[in-house]
Design a protein around this ligand. Structure first.
Ligand code: FES
Ligand SMILES: [Fe+2]
Length: 417
């Protein structure tokens, strides 16, 4: 990894851009994070879990457990499959694949959001190619049946030749969907109810405080990765910054100096930025500092959406989801900005997006592929997470808890250390 890290030149590390967008309770929260981090910087400490945690390596590689996780967790919980700003206006849509399920999310002419299986009701073709679009209708490329953005079947090519059938029974299959806090949550099982207030709990006002609904989408790129648990772990601790990211993330963030807060299944991990250390060395009063310039916070929504830099002018939003294979995940990495995208900021946004894509893939994900290979070769042993990796511990505890709570007879449960 040192070789790869060395190839990334330090001068390409984009400067963070502070923001004064957070106000009210969100700003208080941010000040609270900065105070806690300042204490850690002064004392060379970090937030700690009560003890170590171990997880059998089979929990990253076992096919039966993986299938059970998909059925009992991924297909039953609300998944944050889009941001409100990805469907910025009326007659917009986003098509994607989530855990092997083709989904299309739309905002119709009334501004109402829908989610549906992206599967034509004629003979099953995928209707929309993956990505974002703007249209008043969704037209299947195979034989040109077309659907409204609410999923209703509207047009049949050569209808007079096709023969009679009940069109109202051939609408796209609806999925449960809710828009909240600038995010669009979809459940992959038709007919289930989403109770978003219970699912987000105390995390909801924190997400609302980030004003994600006011952001603009600059870019969205897909990134393959190893097993989903291996992949999400890299987002939830800063213990690896000095060793894995010496020329990139570690230029702006301190290593192993973090705070952690859990909110039901979700969590927030925040790292001390070098700015904070420098400001303290210069004797500045923490109360006078700007948290957006001194705190690097990750807001993380189970099972794998992380916002990095969400208190600043531009941020990355990554969503890690499993594919249909235990040893493969797919991440969608987006760059968002608080200012509209113009010719003035397009170039720096491109540099920022490339930097984060390269660091995440070349440093974190390539390391993750190594972990994937590693766990397959040390069967019967465990991974151990330190007291200084509370975010990773919490994610595993959550996965295991949800598996137990939703357990279905005949399905694998996580193995115990
Ligand atoms: S499969 Fe879509 S129109 Fe035939
Ligand atoms: Fe990393």
């Amino acid at each position: 990894m040192a070789d790869v890290a060395a190839q990334l030149k330090p001068e390409v590390v984009p400067a963070y851009i502070a923001s004064s967008v957070l106000d009210g309770q969100a700003r208080e929260e941010a000040m609270g994070m900065m105070r806690r981090l300042a204490e850690h910087v002064r004392n060379s400490t970090t937030d700690q879990a009560d003890g170590n945690w171990q997880e059998p390596v089979e929990n990253y590689a076992d096919e039966e457990l993986f299938r059970a996780e998909v059925e009992t967790v991924f297909k039953r919980i609300p998944l944050p499959l889009a941001l409100s700003c990805e469907l910025p206006g009326k007659n917009t849509y986003k098509a994607l694949e989530a855990v092997g399920v083709p989904v299309v999310i739309t905002r119709d002419a009334k501004g109402e959001v829908h989610a549906m299986l992206n599967v034509c009701r004629h003979r099953g073709a995928l209707i929309c190619a993956q990505g974002h679009g703007e249209s008043r209708a969704l037209t299947c490329p195979y034989h040109a049946w077309s659907y409204g953005l609410d999923g209703e079947l509207r047009g049949i090519y050569g209808e007079s030749t096709f023969g009679e059938f009940d069109k109202s029974e051939r609408s796209l299959i609806q999925l449960p969907v809710v828009e909240a806090a600038g995010l669009i949550f979809v459940c992959l099982t038709p007919g289930l109810q989403i109770d978003i207030d219970s699912w987000l709990g105390d995390f909801k006002p924190i997400l609302e405080g980030l004003k994600l609904d006011e952001c603009h989408l600059y870019s969205s790129r897909m990134m393959p990765g190893p097993n989903w648990k291996v992949t999400i772990e890299g987002y939830l601790e800063g213990y690896h910054f000095a060793s894995l990211h010496p020329n990139t993330v570690f230029k702006t963030n301190l290593s192993n100096t973090a705070i952690f807060d859990g909110y039901g299944p979700h969590e927030r991990v925040a790292f001390a930025l070098r700015n904070l250390e420098n400001n303290l060395k210069e004797g500045k009063d923490v109360e006078e500092l700007d948290p957006s310039a001194n705190v690097g916070a990750i807001f993380w929504i189970f099972p794998g959406m992380s916002f990095a830099g969400a208190m600043r002018e531009r941020m990355t939003c990554s969503l890690v989801l499993p594919t249909t294979r235990v040893d493969e995940s797919m991440s969608e990495q987006r760059v968002l900005t608080r200012k509209p995208i113009t010719d003035d900021n397009r170039e720096e946004l491109a540099t920022f997006a490339d930097f984060f894509y390269d660091v995440t893939y070349e440093e974190d994900y390539i390391t993750g592929y190594g972990v994937q290979k590693g766990v397959r070769n040390v069967g019967g042993t465990t991974q151990i997470y330190g007291r200084n990796e509370p975010g990773v511990q919490y994610a595993h505890a959550t996965i295991n808890r949800l598996m137990e709570e939703n357990h279905v007879e005949g399905m694998a449960l996580p193995k115990r250390a």
